[in-house]
Design a protein around this ligand. Structure first.
Ligand code: HPA
Length: 288
């Protein structure tokens, strides 16, 4: 049989054979942020090329490796580089790694990304905690859960209200406060890319209530929620996406990632150490 559960199990078993810990928290590192994986202790590095269903990453700033080890005391699985819809992959292909990380034992997904800030008074290098999302490709039919639903993975019609875990968001806020990090909050709007938005499209995004725009994260979060994982999203504002501002470019996205890396790293480490103090992380069984 070659159904998705079989594919997940094949990928899971290949990774599991190389590791001795059970990762509980999955981290996806977005554009320019992949160096955070260097902080993982006792890392086992599995190239995506070794994992069936994991694809080549084609974008500069995205490496193709899964790093499993301990970060701030937590057993983690870190995706160094992710897959994007704009690379030509299907939404199911883009989100397959999240299925595998869940099967490996991850109960929490922390997804990071680079995003364009839609507020003129925000600054390049700001961090934004995602409070909610707008999934333009999904609303238009490019949805990772489109097609037959496998009830072993999750329900046909999963809720997305409160997709970004309230308790964990409060924890991020508290950690940012402690560290003196300015934390923006807002709605992340995902569009397919790869072109950056036109001025009129940016005005539309504002009208829809978005605070930042980007080309990732939402498909992964939806699939994680489908399986009952608790989710968090953090955007690094790499550029201001303003209708009358200068055009965005990929190099500034990478440069901003580089400059803000210590801040993002400190926030993630702080978050992980505090999650670690909580007695347990509820699993998908506890939180359907
Ligand atoms: N638009 C879309 N995606 C992005 C941007 C942007 O301005 N910056 C980083 N990712």
């Amino acid at each position: 049989m070659n159904d998705v559960v079989t594919q997940i199990e094949r990928a899971r078993s290949i990774i599991a054979a190389r590791i001795t810990i059970e990762p509980r928290i999955a981290l996806i590192l977005g554009s320019g942020l992949s160096e955070l994986a260097d902080d993982v202790d006792d890392p086992v590095v599995v190239p995506y090329a070794d994992i069936p269903g994991f694809l080549p990453t084609t974008v500069a700033g995205h490496r193709g490796e899964l790093v499993i080890g301990v970060l701030a005391g937590q057993p983690v699985a870190v995706m160094r580089g992710r897959f994007h819809f704009y690379e030509g992959y299907s939404m199911q292909q883009v989100t397959f790694p999240v299925r595998v990380l869940h099967a490996l034992g991850c109960a929490v997904l922390l997804a990071t990304n680079a995003a364009g800030g839609l507020h003129a008074d925000w600054r390049v290098g700001d961090l934004m905690l995602i409070t909610d999302h707008i999934f333009l490709p999904g609303l238009a039919g490019h949805h990772p859960l489109r097609g037959p639903n496998d009830e072993r993975l999750g329900p046909r019609f999963p809720a997305m209200v409160d997709a970004y875990d309230r308790e964990l968001r409060a924890l991020v806020r508290a950690v940012a406060d402690d560290l003196g990090i300015l934390l923006r909050e807002g709605v992340y709007l995902m569009l397919s890319g790869p072109a950056f938005e036109s001025g009129a499209e940016l005005r539309m995004c504002r009208l829809l209530g978005a605070d930042a725009v980007g080309m990732s994260t939402v498909p992964e979060v939806i699939v994680a929620r489908h399986m009952g994982m608790r989710c968090l999203g953090l955007s690094l504002i790499t550029n201001l996406a303003l209708p009358d501002g200068p055009p965005a470019n990929h190099q500034e996205v990478l440069d901003a990632g580089e400059a803000a890396r210590p801040k993002m790293a400190a926030l993630i480490r702080g978050l992980l150490s505090h999650i670690g103090r909580a007695a347990t992380i509820p699993t998908s069984q506890d939180r359907p």
